[in-house]
Design a protein around this ligand. Sequence first.
Ligand code: FCB
Length: 446
Amino acid sequence: MSDLQFPDGFLWGTATASFQIEGGRKERGDSIWDDFCAWPGKVVDGDTGDVADDHYHRYQQDVDLLKAFNANTYRFSISWPRVLPQGTGEVNHVGLDFYSRLVDALLAAGIEPFITLYHWDLPSALQRLGGWVNRDTVYRYVDYAEIVAKKLGDRVRYWITHNEPWVAAILGHHEGVHAPGWTDHSLALQVGHHLLLSHGLAMPLLHQLTKAGSRLGITLNLSQVYAASDKTEDIEAAKRYDGHLNRWYLDPVLLGNYPQDIWQQLGWRVPRIAPQDMDIIGTPIDFLGINNYSRAVIGHSDEGENHIQSIRPKGEYTAMDWEVYPQGIKALLVRVTREYGAPDLYVTENGCAYEDTISDDGQVHDPQRVDFFRRYLKACHEAITEGVQLKGYLAWSLLDNFEWSFGYSRRFGITYVDYATQERIPKDSAKFLSEVFRSNSLPQEA
Ligand code: FCB
């Protein structure tokens, strides 16, 4: 069998997020994730982001790794409290310079920087004023985006305004399992609206402040939803779930409207919207980023707010208990393409956690992760063959890191991190991906 070639100019790399890898806590202001870590029982083992992978001090070593992996892009996020310790006002120039040095190091290594402006680490000072529930935070975000774009826009072409607004809104403000740990559905939806609004408001500004040919977008966490059976009530439940998880974010960003069926179901809980908000949110984007790990299987339930239950089908599962389901990413990419006018797409995260250990030979052998990447990449390739404008793929993650409420107990890296020594050991999956990145193709076993 011949290897599967990806399109010319395809972007290949890995993704990370500031709070999950940087450490350097003393050199930045507090974020809501520091506060969440200090809340007893919220994060496994009371882990914190104080040191993490110490990337703030070791970034050059990590850029060297990316280069060794033949990555031609790298997605990382900016820590708002590192740039603006109080969320607004005085800039921490040392912090901003850190990102400038990182960008220069990447460019020197021939790696295109791909920036996420917000990956959940809101400055605590803004949370004290209500955080994302307060509409004023939207304008503070735009000010922050302006500061970053003025500094880095001359060298950085790829910009993501937000990472996974569903997670920040729902896990953070409805389910309470992410910072800031609230449990109010209505406020969570208001948060989601404000995140989207800040995205739309930042778009024209980012276009103005970034170099010619820059590409701007937003990253959504999307999962293809399957009905538990072909019974009407299960099909309806799956449609509702899809509406809350996927369409509630896709429709505003790509069509300028919230989906009417879900709006009706939400009743009094719907967000308050000012005139013009939907037009702003629907400002055209250059690409959509998709984070995908698994699928959802949904059936009807007689109980609960939305009469929905998650089904756990028999199958293969990762250490997160997420099902390995490569066909799901293909179905999702094709669906977004068909239903939303074929926007340019990037897989901005895809990967898996397994219980990796260092073997006697000093290496980390992770055959399940290699298999995962091989099968998900094959599915991505099939989607391209069906006309999907997929322009790049970023594996989550460059390094093992702080996996939010799971602390350091889940390893997603293609590089193993020994947290006691900060030694980095590229896993077998890194070697596998390096070859894919180098050859722009997926080897097919005979
Ligand atoms: C995504 C997050 C990312 C990482 C992966 C496993 O939801 O964007 O930071 O934690 O999940």
